[in-house]
Write a protein that binds this ligand. Structure first.
Ligand code: FAD
Ligand code: EPU
Length: 335
């Protein structure tokens, strides 16, 4: 059933009360195909959990809320399973389901908000793991042809917070199912320093995947604001990838600047560190601001607007550019 002039307040984690001109939920590929046949001429926007979008205005056209559910084993081997999930499953619940069955690989990605269907969009990542590491395939409906197509990892062109669905194929496909190859023999990834420290605090020396998940949850809860309490969309900016030469120049002035190896001899800087160093951390402007514990997270304390958040992000980008000669890029999808 199509609802008109529908409030999206509960459907975006910033909590902005903007409207969808038309709003409809779908819970199957058949149902989705029928909606597309009827409304193909309308501009379409696919909504998952609304945890990586910034609404700056009402959305015209049709907002399609993905509610395709179901988790099933596609292949069951001695060492691994291929498990497929409907795109409308809640990501963290899917992670807990896999941990429960002893399937390893996504425990480091515990508590990331949003849907399974959005996980390939920006190749979600945290604590040393990205979904590209465990990705098997996805099925997505081609909006122009109405055909269901299968994409393997290579076709998804995964990179840091990137995929083909955010670039060349933006707005052209609706992801319906995502499948992962998960190990039955836990290959524990505790390389991210904070996990080791947290496990020590928990008194765990030989962690299983459930312990790792608990450690990650605990770290995340101590650092990131809960969107149910303070509106936010996680990291607002990506960590910038820059040349080694620029890092060397910056190190002359800031010897302690955090930097990590990236692809092809480039380096990744910590945007949170740059933003903090530039004096933005904890800054409040009216009802919005930069979070006090995590400078990468822009927040709505209630009563702010998406336009204000966008303007704040622009001011931060310009300031970081002038102070460090580094171009920050937004991670969040601006609507
Ligand atoms: P939405 O916000 O609903 O959509 C995001 C984009 O994907 C939109 O462009 C939308 O059109 C598109 N889209 C959604 N579903 C589909 C579909 N089925 N088919 C086609 N297009 C689709 N991200 C990380 O990578 N790592 C983190 O550690 C992390 N931590 C976070 C912490 C907090 C507190 C918050 C609020 C966010 C965090 N995020 C993180 C960002 C966010 O959780 C992820 O990007 C998540 O995958 C978004 O899922 P969603 O369902 O909410 O997507
Ligand atoms: N830092 C600061 N000040 C801050 C924030 C961070 O100096 O206010 C420094 C930290 O001290 C550390 C470095 O920046 O030296 C990195 O910080 P942290 O480990 O907290 O990670 P992050 O770069 O801030 C990234 C992801 C998160 C992900 C975590 C854990 C991006 C854009 N963000 O954050 O993802 O959960 O690592 O892996 O890559 C998201 O994408 O929404 C997100 C939350």
């Amino acid at each position: 059933m199509i609802e008109q002039n529908f409030s999206l307040k509960a459907f975006n984690t910033f909590g902005f009360d903007l409207k969808a001109e038309n709003f409809i939920r779908f819970n199957s590929i058949v149902g989705l195909s029928e909606i597309l046949k009827e409304h193909r001429e309308k501009p379409l926007f696919i909504l998952g959990g609304g945890s990586n979008i910034l609404l700056t205005k009402n959305i015209s056209g049709l907002v399609l809320k993905n509610e395709i559910k179901g988790i099933k084993i596609i292949e069951d081997h001695e060492d691994y399973v291929i498990v497929e999930s409907g795109a409308g499953e809640v990501w963290h619940e899917f992670v807990l389901h896999c941990i429960n069955f002893g399937w390893a690989g996504i425990e480091n990605l515990s508590l990331i908000p949003g849907s399974v269907g959005a996980s390939p969009m920006q190749n979600i990542g945290a604590y040393g793991v990205e979904i590209k590491d465990v990705f098997a395939y996805l099925s997505a409906l081609n909006i122009a042809t109405g055909e269901l197509e299968i994409f393997n990892a290579e076709q998804c062109k995964f990179a840091y917070r990137e995929s083909v669905f955010k670039q060349a194929l933006k707005g052209k496909y609706i992801i319906c199912n995502v499948a992962f190859k998960l190990s039955k023999k836990a290959i524990k990834n505790t390389t991210y320093g904070a996990i080791e420290d947290e496990l020590k605090k928990m008194g765990v020396s030989d962690p299983n995947i459930e312990d790792i998940s608990k450690a990650v949850i605990s770290i995340r809860q101590s650092k990131l604001p809960n969107p149910a309490v303070i509106g936010n969309a996680g990291s607002f900016f990506k960590n910038p990838i820059v040349s080694e030469e620029l890092v060397k120049k910056l190190q002359e002035i800031y010897p302690d600047i955090p930097n990590y190896p990236s692809t092809n001899g480039t380096k990744k800087l910590a945007a949170g560190w740059l933003i903090e160093k530039a004096g933005w951390k904890g800054k409040t402007i009216g009802n919005i601001g930069v979070h006090k514990n995590q400078a990468l997270v822009l927040v709505n304390y209630g009563g702010g607007t998406g336009e204000e958040i966008l303007a704040l992000s622009t001011a931060i980008i310009e300031d970081i550019k002038s102070k460090f000669k580094v171009e920050l890029e937004r991670e969040v999808n601006i609507m």
